[in-house]
Structures are given as structure tokens and as C-alpha cells.
Write a protein that binds this ligand. Structure first.
Ligand code: AMP
Length: 126
């Protein structure tokens, strides 16, 4: 069930538990303010999630309330993960679902990083 991106932060969400160490993750990289790990249900040969360590529900929350240092750190880690995995030359895709219409399921900001094969059209019309 997609979340309401205007809801207050729920500190029991799955990614909050990963950040606290209550749940495991397959870590890819980490920086001062951000963490990258493999998606548990990959939709492409490479499917990595990058999350801020701070308590932000969505891109909306993060872009409005995060510090410049957190935003810079997050943006740089997304780029670094792609570079470190040699994804730049072949290309890759970033996706951030926001709220109900965006189909966001986990109420902690995450950017999906997809690659490893041609990814097809951006959206499929239904
Ligand atoms: P979204 O629909 O944008 O909220 O995406 C949530 C993503 O989190 C999905 O791609 C899930 O497969 C992924 N996910 C859920 N639980 C875990 C977990 N414990 N570790 C890694 N990825 C997860």
C-alpha cells in the first residue's frame, strides 16, 4: 500500500530499522550522511537503494528540510555508487517514488539505482 508522503516520519519503517542495525542489509557503500545497499527484490541486474541516514519520509521532506551537507552527501553517494560499479558508460536509471501516486511503499526517502541491462521505456502506459 503506497504511503502518504505528507505523514510524519515513522521510526518503525524498514529502512529506519536497517539504519539502527535492527535489520541486516547488503551494504554497497556508506558516507557520513547516507547509506547504499542492495534492494532485497531486484528488478534489474543492478538494483541499489541509496538512503539518507536522517529521518526523511520522501524526496519532498528531504529537499525541504535536509541540510545542504546532507543533500550534497546524498547526491554524491548516488553518483559514486554508479561510478564505482562502472555503470556510467553503459548508462543507468535513478528513480524516487514519492507518496501515493508515486507508489512509494517504504516511508523513508530512497533513490533506486538500476542498471546492468537496457532498461526500456521510462514508464509503460497501461
Ligand atoms: P518503493 O516502492 O519505492 O518504496 O521501494 C521500496 C523498495 O524497498 C522495494 O524495491 C523493495 O524491494 C525494497 N525493500 C524492502 N525491504 C527491503 C529490505 N529489507 N532490504 C532491501 N530492500 C528492501
Amino acid at each position: 500500500m503506497p504511503i502518504d508522503a505528507t505523514s510524519p516520519y515513522d521510526s518503525d519503517n524498514i529502512f529506519a530499522k536497517i539504519l539502527r542495525g535492527d535489520l541486516p542489509c547488503e551494504k554497497v557503500d556508506e558516507s557520513e550522511h547516507s547509506l547504499a545497499f542492495h534492494d532485497i527484490n531486484p528488478l534489474a541486474p543492478v538494483h541499489i537503494l541509496v538512503i539518507p541516514k536522517g529521518a526523511y519520509v520522501s524526496w519532498d521532506d528531504f529537499s525541504a528540510k535536509a541540510s545542504d551537507a546532507e543533500i550534497a552527501d546524498f547526491t554524491r553517494l548516488v553518483g559514486k555508487v554508479a561510478r564505482d560499479r562502472q555503470m556510467v558508460q553503459q548508462g543507468y536509471r535513478l528513480l524516487a517514488n514519492v507518496g501515493k501516486r508515486g507508489g512509494q511503499e517504504v516511508p523513508h526517502l530512497h533513490v533506486h539505482l538500476f542498471g546492468g541491462e537496457p532498461l526500456g521505456p521510462m514508464l509503460a502506459r497501461q
